[in-house]
Design a protein around this ligand. Structure first.
Ligand SMILES: C[S@@+](CC[C@H](N)C(=O)[O-])C[C@H]1O[C@@H](n2cnc3c(N)ncnc32)[C@H](O)[C@@H]1O
Length: 287
């Protein structure tokens, strides 16, 4: 799939989805097609064969151990949800826009103890359709970064807030602007500087990068965060950030493919400020 970051798209009325900008809808549809392919090729599971153990422990310490109803928004193949199913008594809802991600999750569930506590929900890109009530919501490993531009991300977060208990928690991990994709980030900065960035390109932190999946190049839309921009975005959506930390020093693929490296990384990451992490881990509460 080839995907160009949409530049100033025409505004087409769509009565079925009045809330979403065409540029964001294009991102949503492109991300769905991309992840359908990523999971179908089995590349995702090979690249990230297990949860990041330090993040998994963070989830348990920050509410998952006591949670009753967990929503894993952008659950993918269930990398975290399946581990939580075994470690907690919670009921889990896995929500994703990729049907092949959910098909893989469903296959893993066939032999999983406690599978009756899991519900999978296939989302339609750009359609607000969450229901239920949750005391814990997860958005892990950059899900929020794929959602689209600022307004789209804030709307998504508000939708999540609407299905959360007043004393519920949102746990999320996002890519750090200072550690990720310097080449694409520099290109994006230059485009803005010479006045050629339009539409989603004009938003600081938005990039498109290319990765080969099963040997074929694919383009990913990503929004990169600083600690401050994450705080501001969550505040705009009605959340207060109560904790931030560095997710890891080394890239996620390296520490999930080599758990011994992950253990060393987890110890060293504790010493790092959040703004130096490969990813930023955060806890947020509804205001
Ligand atoms: C990097 S993967 C993370 C998957 C999982 N959370 C993990 O840690 O392995 C991003 C996931 O977000 C999903 N996604 C992307 N855009 C989404 C959206 N607008 N709504 C829900 N899920 C979305 C993708 O289909 C994909 O499964």
């Amino acid at each position: 799939m080839r995907f160009e970051m949409p530049a100033a798209p025409p505004k087409l009325p769509d009565p079925a989805q009045p809330d979403i900008e065409p540029a964001n809808r294009q991102v949503n549809q492109a991300m769905k097609a991309l992840y359908d392919h990523y999971f179908a090729s089995l590349d995702y599971g090979k690249r990230y064969p297990q949860p990041n153990q330090a993040t998994f422990e963070f989830l348990l310490h920050q509410g998952a151990s006591q949670a009753q109803e967990i929503l894993d928004f952008g659950c993918g193949n269930g990398r975290y949800a399946l581990a939580l199913l075994q470690a907690t008594q919670a009921t889990l809802t896995g929500y994703d826009i990729s049907d092949t991600a959910l098909a893989e999750f469903s296959r893993h569930l066939e032999h999983a103890h406690g599978r009756a506590r899991v519900k999978l929900q296939l989302g339609t890109p750009g359609v607000w359709e969450l229901s239920g009530r949750y005391d814990l919501v997860l958005m892990l490993f950059g899900v929020l970064s794929h959602v689209g531009g600022f307004q789209e991300r804030v709307q998504t977060l508000r939708q999540i807030r609407d299905v959360m208990d007043a004393d519920g928690r949102l746990l999320l991990t996002v890519p750090n602007l200072w550690r990720r994709r310097p080449l694409e980030l520099t290109q994006a900065v230059l485009m803005r500087w010479i006045g050629r960035a339009e539409g989603l390109q004009a938003e600081p932190g938005n990039i498109v990068f290319c990765r080969k999946l099963a040997g074929v190049p694919h383009q990913f839309f990503y929004h990169l965060y600083t600690v401050e921009s994450l705080r501001n975005e969550l505040r705009e959506a009605g959340f207060e950030v109560t904790r931030v930390e560095a997710e890891s020093i080394l890239p996620e693929w390296l520490i999930t493919q080599h758990p011994w490296l992950g253990r060393i990384d987890a110890r060293l990451s504790r010493l790092l400020p959040a703004s130096w992490g490969y990813g930023i881990r955060a806890v947020a509460s509804p205001l």
